[in-house]
Design a protein around this ligand. Structure first.
Ligand code: HEC
Ligand code: HEC
Ligand code: HEC
Ligand code: HEC
Ligand code: HEC
Length: 511
C-alpha cells in the first residue's frame, strides 16, 4: 500500500470523530452586546419591551428608541412590543437591529365575523385547530356554555329539564325585554336584538355561532370601557378592537399577555392580566339588585388590597402546557408563563376544599355534649360563596344517637325556606337571601325587593364560630359542608339533576 494512502487513512480515522462531533453539536453561539432601535412611522419608540423571543431576557427602549441586550449572535429572534402596536421582531444579524412597529387598526367591528373556536380542518382559522390544549380546557369551563347552559336557559325561559314550558322561575315572562340584559354577559357576541319582532327578541332562540364567552371575544378586548363597573355590563363595559375590514390587510388582531408573539396578528396587552377584564361580567347590578358582586368583594379583600388579580388564582399555570400552538408555529415556552383556560386552579371543588378550613370539636359533660365549630375562608379573593346570587354554602351539624338524628338544645338552625327536609336543622346557611313583594324567600332576583337583601356569606380571612348543645344520648356528630348553585326548591321544581358538591364531611366523637 502506498505510504501516502496509509497516512491519509490514519489522519482520516483520527479526524472523523471531531468532524462528526462538530456536526452534531455546533458550538454555542457566543453572547454579545446587541444594539438596536425600535421605531414606528413617526420616529423612535420609547419604553418598548425588547425581548429575546421565548426567553426571560428583556429590556426597555430609551427615549431615543435604542436598546442594548446581551444576546446570542445567531439564530435568535428579537421582538419588540408596546401597547397600541402589533408585536414585531427581527432575526439577530451582524450589526445593529431595527424593528419597525405598526400601529393597531381601529376597525369598528361592524362587519367583523367572529371566529369559531371549534377545531375543524375545513375552517383553518378556528382557534382550536392550532390551540388544541387551550381549547379543551376552555370547553370544560362554563364560559363555553354560558349561552346554552340548560339551567341558565331554564331560568331565563321558565322551562324545566325536559323543556316543558311554564315551570317555576321565568324571567322572559316577567321581563320580556330583559333578554338584552342577560345577553350582554352570557352571549356577548350575539347580533343586535330585535324588540320590534318579539319572537326574534330572544337572542338565545336562534344563536349565531360562536356563542358563549369564547376565545375571539376575550382576545379582542383592548381595555376597560368607559362606564361604571356593575352598571355597564359585559360587552358594554369593555373596549373592543377589531382588524380593519377593508382589504388588502389580511391581518387578524389578538390581544394577549405575551409580548414576543411576532406573527403580525398579535398585540401585547397588560389588561389581559387585569381583574377589570373579569369585572365587566363578574360585577352586575341587574334590575336594581346586586346579583354579581365578585369584583367589589375582591376590591375589599386582602387579596384585592395586595393586588393579587383574579387571573393569579383562576388562570394559574398548570405546568403541563409548554407550547400554545404545537406544530402550527408555536415555540417551546416556560410552562410557568402560560395560564390555564379552565379558569379554576384544578376545579371548583379543589379550590373550595383548599379555601374552607373547618375546625370542630365535641366535649361531653354529665348533662350533654358541647360542639364547637369554626369555619374559616382563606386564600380566596372574595366571599364564599361568590358568583351568581343564588349560590350557597351550607354547614350541616348532625348529632346521632345510634342512627337516629338528635335535636339540638341550643345553637343556630337553618332557615325555614330551605325546604321541609332541612328547615330547622342545626347548621348555617352562607348565602345572599332575597324576599319578593309578599315577603317570600327565596325569590328570583328580578322579582325581589332590594331592601330585603341579607348577605351571610363568609368573608375572606374571617372565621365563623358556632356553638351547639346536644342531649347526652348523642354518640357521634357529623359535620358536612356542601356547595349549591341553586336553591334546592327551585331546582327540584325544574327537575334539574342535583348540582350539589360535597366540600367536606367529618365525623367527630365527643371526648
Ligand atoms: C374569559 C376570557 C377568555 C377566554 C374565553 C379565552 N381566553 Fe385566552 N386568555 C385569557 C386571559 C385572561 C389570558 C391570560 C392568562 C394568564 O396569563 O394568566 C389568556 C391567555 C391566552 C393565551 C396566551 C398563553 C397563555 O395560556 O397564557 C392564548 C394563546 C390564549 N389565551 C388563547 C385562547 C384560546 C385559543 C381560547 C379559546 C379556546 C381562549 N384563549 C379563550 C382570557 C380568555
Ligand atoms: C393557524 C394557527 C392558529 C390559529 C388558527 C389561531 N392561532 Fe393564535 N397563535 C398561533 C401561534 C403560532 C401563536 C404564537 C405561538 C408562540 O409564539 O408560541 C398564537 C398566539 C396567540 C395568542 C397570544 C398572543 C399574545 O401576544 O399573547 C393569542 C391570544 C391567540 N393566539 C389567540 C387566538 C384566537 C382567539 C384564535 C381564534 C380566533 C387563534 N389564536 C387562532 C396560531 C394560531
Ligand atoms: C364576557 C363576560 C365574561 C368575562 C369577560 C369573564 N367571564 Fe367568567 N363567566 C361569565 C359567565 C356568563 C359565566 C357563567 C356561565 C354559566 O354558568 O352559564 C362565567 C363563569 C366563570 C367561572 C365559573 C367557571 C365554571 O366552569 O364554573 C369562573 C371561575 C370565571 N367565570 C372566572 C372569570 C375570570 C377569572 C375572568 C377574567 C379573566 C372572567 N371570568 C371573565 C362571563 C364572563
Ligand atoms: C386569592 C385567590 C382568588 C382570587 C384573587 C380570586 N378568586 Fe375567585 N375563587 C377562589 C376560590 C378559592 C374559589 C372557590 C370558592 C368558591 O367557589 O366560592 C373561587 C371561586 C370563584 C368563582 C366560582 C363561583 C361559583 O360558585 O360559581 C368565580 C366566578 C370566581 N371565583 C371569580 C373570581 C373573579 C372574577 C375574581 C377577581 C375579581 C376572583 N375570582 C379572584 C380564589 C380566588
Ligand atoms: C354582568 C354580567 C351578567 C349579566 C347582565 C347576567 N349574568 Fe347571569 N351570570 C353571569 C356570570 C359571571 C355568571 C357566573 C357566576 C358564577 O360562576 O357563579 C352567571 C351565572 C348565571 C346563572 C347560573 C348558571 C349556572 O348554571 O350556574 C344563571 C341562572 C344566570 N346567570 C341567569 C341570568 C339571567 C336570567 C340574566 C338576565 C336577566 C343574567 N344572568 C344576566 C353574568 C351575568
Amino acid at each position: 500500500m502506498p505510504r501516502c494512502l496509509v497516512l491519509f487513512l490514519v489522519v482520516g480515522i483520527l479526524v472523523l470523530p471531531f468532524w462528526w462531533f462538530e456536526r452534531k453539536s455546533p458550538p454555542p453561539p457566543k453572547a454579545a452586546d446587541l444594539v438596536g432601535e425600535v421605531h414606528d412611522d413617526s420616529g423612535p419608540v420609547a419604553d418598548a419591551i425588547v425581548r429575546i423571543k421565548g426567553t426571560s431576557t428583556y429590556t426597555l427602549t430609551d427615549d431615543q428608541g435604542r436598546f442594548r441586550l446581551s444576546a446570542p449572535l445567531s439564530g435568535a429572534r428579537i421582538t419588540a412590543a408596546k401597547e397600541g402596536y402589533y408585536i414585531a421582531g427581527a432575526l439577530v444579524s451582524d450589526g445593529p437591529i431595527t424593528i419597525h412597529l405598526k400601529k393597531l387598526p381601529d376597525g369598528d367591528g361592524d362587519d367583523y365575523t367572529w371566529v369559531d373556536p371549534t377545531p375543524d380542518p375545513a375552517s383553518p382559522n378556528n382557534c382550536g385547530n392550532c390551540h388544541k390544549a387551550i381549547h379543551d380546557e376552555w370547553q370544560r369551563s362554563s364560559h363555553a356554555t354560558s349561552a346554552t347552559n340548560p339551567r341558565f336557559l331554564g331560568m331565563y325561559r321558565g322551562t324545566d329539564w325536559q323543556g316543558q314550558p311554564d315551570v317555576g322561575w321565568n324571567l322572559l315572562k316577567e321581563h320580556p325585554s330583559g333578554a338584552d340584559v342577560c345577553a350582554s354577559c352570557h352571549a356577548p357576541t350575539q347580533r343586535a336584538i330585535r324588540f320590534d319582532e318579539p319572537k326574534k327578541s330572544d337572542p338565545f332562540h336562534a344563536l349565531s355561532k360562536p356563542s358563549g364567552v369564547h376565545c375571539d371575544f376575550c382576545h379582542k378586548i383592548a381595555g376597560p370601557g368607559t362606564g361604571e363597573f356593575g352598571l355597564a355590563q359585559g360587552r358594554f363595559q369593555l373596549k373592543m378592537q377589531f382588524p380593519e375590514a377593508k382589504r388588502p390587510d389580511p391581518h387578524q388582531l389578538f390581544f394577549g399577555p405575551l409580548d414576543d408573539v411576532d406573527r403580525g396578528d398579535d398585540a401585547f396587552s397588560r389588561f389581559q392580566k387585569d381583574s377589570r377584564l373579569c369585572a365587566a361580567c363578574h360585577e352586575g347590578v341587574v334590575f336594581g339588585i346586586p346579583v354579581y358582586t365578585t369584583y367589589s368583594e375582591w376590591l375589599e379583600s386582602p387579596a384585592g388590597r395586595a393586588g393579587q388579580s383574579c387571573q393569579q388564582c383562576h388562570t394559574t399555570p398548570t405546568g403541563r402546557l409548554t407550547n400554545i400552538a404545537p406544530g402550527h408555529g408555536g415555540i417551546k415556552r416556560d410552562p410557568a408563563t402560560l395560564g390555564n383556560h379552565r379558569f379554576f386552579d384544578g376545579n371548583q371543588l379543589d379550590m373550595l376544599r383548599r379555601s374552607l378550613q373547618l375546625d370542630a370539636k365535641a366535649t361531653r359533660d354529665p348533662e350533654g355534649i358541647n360542639v364547637e365549630i369554626a369555619l374559616t375562608a382563606r386564600d380566596v379573593g372574595h366571599r364564599i360563596p361568590t358568583g351568581f346570587i343564588d349560590r350557597q354554602v351550607i354547614l350541616f351539624v348532625e348529632a346521632y344517637a345510634g342512627d337516629k338524628l338528635v335535636k339540638a338544645e341550643r345553637g343556630p338552625l337553618l332557615p325555614d325556606f330551605l325546604g321541609s327536609q332541612e328547615a330547622g336543622r342545626p347548621g348555617r346557611l352562607y348565602a345572599k337571601v332575597l324576599k319578593d313583594g309578599d315577603g317570600v324567600s327565596p325569590a328570583p332576583f328580578w322579582r325581589a325587593d332590594p331592601a330585603t337583601l341579607r348577605d351571610t356569606r363568609l368573608r375572606p380571612g374571617e372565621t365563623d364560630r358556632l356553638a351547639y348543645r346536644f342531649p347526652p344520648g348523642a354518640d357521634r356528630i357529623r359535620v358536612r359542608i356542601v356547595h349549591r348553585r341553586f336553591w334546592k326548591t327551585v331546582a327540584d321544581e325544574k327537575r334539574w339533576p342535583s348540582d350539589e358538591q360535597l366540600v367536606e364531611e367529618r365525623e367527630i366523637k365527643p371526648s
